[in-house]
Design a protein around this ligand. Structure first.
Ligand SMILES: [Zn+2]
Length: 165
């Protein structure tokens, strides 16, 4: 599952195509919409595969803005703050074992997940949480970093406008 972003009138190979899986795409699109609301407004559906996007002029303006953010360190700061926010979120009760660390359902019993995890062998315990009873919050699955923004900015600059599919 992901976003295929297609250049409408690419001026080079790099402007033809950009892809993020959905976990990488969500924070990237959120950054653009939050930090550059007026530049992003030409596209109403950043978070869906509906073919919405920006035209050539809008894309140039966005590429300029993203390059400026990369140069000023704004993206790096945003990435650090985002990572800190995610790290501060509480872990969630594991839905597979309801926080007990062992699975007593049929599948759990069949695979030996119904016995507490043996720290020596790493065997046993719930397979959803490694027997801990909690899992990372969903937000931890949505990464954001400088390289991904740089890659997207490079694509956008050469795309001649783009559509998100
Ligand atoms: Zn569990």
């Amino acid at each position: 599952m992901g976003m295929d972003v297609i250049g409408k009138d690419p001026i080079s190979e790099v402007g033809r195509y950009f892809r993020n899986n959905v976990w990488w795409w969500r924070p990237l699109a959120t950054y653009i919409v939050q930090e550059h609301t007026l530049l992003a407004v030409g596209c109403s559906h950043w978070q869906s595969n509906s073919g919405d996007g920006l035209n050539a002029e809008q894309s140039q303006a966005l590429a300029d803005a993203l390059d400026a953010d990369l140069a000023s360190g704004k993206v790096a700061q945003w990435a650090a703050e985002y990572a800190a926010e995610v790290a501060a979120l509480p872990r969630e009760t594991c839905w597979l074992c309801e926080g007990t660390g062992v699975r007593t359902d049929d599948i759990g019993v069949q695979h030996g997940f119904n016995k507490p995890r043996d720290p020596e062998t790493g065997r046993g315990g719930c397979n959803g949480c490694s027997g801990i009873g909690t899992t990372e919050p969903p937000a931890a699955s949505y990464p954001f970093d400088v390289d991904n923004v740089r890659e997207f900015a490079t694509f956008v600059r050469a795309s001649g406008g783009f559509e998100i599919w």
